[in-house]
Design a binder for this molecule. Structure first.
Ligand code: FES
Length: 177
């Protein structure tokens, strides 16, 4: 989970991608590429952004580190501390709440033995509560990595936990839940 002991530097592929994204903006406006570059950084550095990683991103974009911190601390999709292999992000806004997300969060917390904002001791799961993810018609729902899992109930939560307990599972792949 650590990302401070390894060298903070993009892989060649990620650096090329970052440069491609920066080139979409006019000279002097590279800061506009900050959000996608933070996503690249988060993915490379174990799903979270340490101060060292944010400083590196600032150096790539030739901006001040504080400009990166401001953005990274504003958006819930950026993790500022180590997280588990599988981050389950529960939408807790109105429609999901009406459709029982609070009970599902409660169920999941009990099942994993952690609260929202925490990570299991084995490093497999983290829980997060976020605002509307734009899939209200399929409430209650969660986001895991790149994908949504919708119309959830306790059985589906069990399946999610079963699937992502496997260390070889990939949160950037969609599973049939
Ligand atoms: S309220 Fe949950 S996706 Fe919109």
């Amino acid at each position: 989970m650590e990302n401070t002991t390894q060298e903070v530097k993009f892989t060649e592929d990620n650096l090329t991608l970052a440069k491609e994204i920066m080139a979409r903006y006019p000279e002097g406006k590279q800061k506009s590429a900050l959000l996608p570059i933070l996503h690249i950084a988060q993915r490379q550095f174990n799903d979270w952004l340490s101060p060292e990683v944010m400083d590196y991103v600032a150096s790539i974009l030739s901006i001040e580190p504080i400009e990166v911190y401001e953005v990274a601390t504003f958006y819930s999709m950026y993790n500022l501390k180590p997280v588990g292999h599988c981050m389950i992000e529960f939408c807790q806004t109105g429609p999901c709440m009406v459709r029982g997300v609070e009970e599902l969060i409660d169920y999941t917390e009990k099942k994993l033995g952690i609260k929202v904002g925490e990570t299991t001791k084995d490093g497999k799961f983290s829980l997060k509560a976020v605002e509307c993810l734009g899939a209200c018609g399929y409430a209650p729902m969660v986001q895991i990595g790149k994908y949504y899992y919708e119309n959830l109930d306790e059985k589906k939560i069990d399946k999610i936990i079963e699937v992502f307990s496997d260390p070889n599972s990939d949160t950037f792949k969609k599973y049939d839940i």
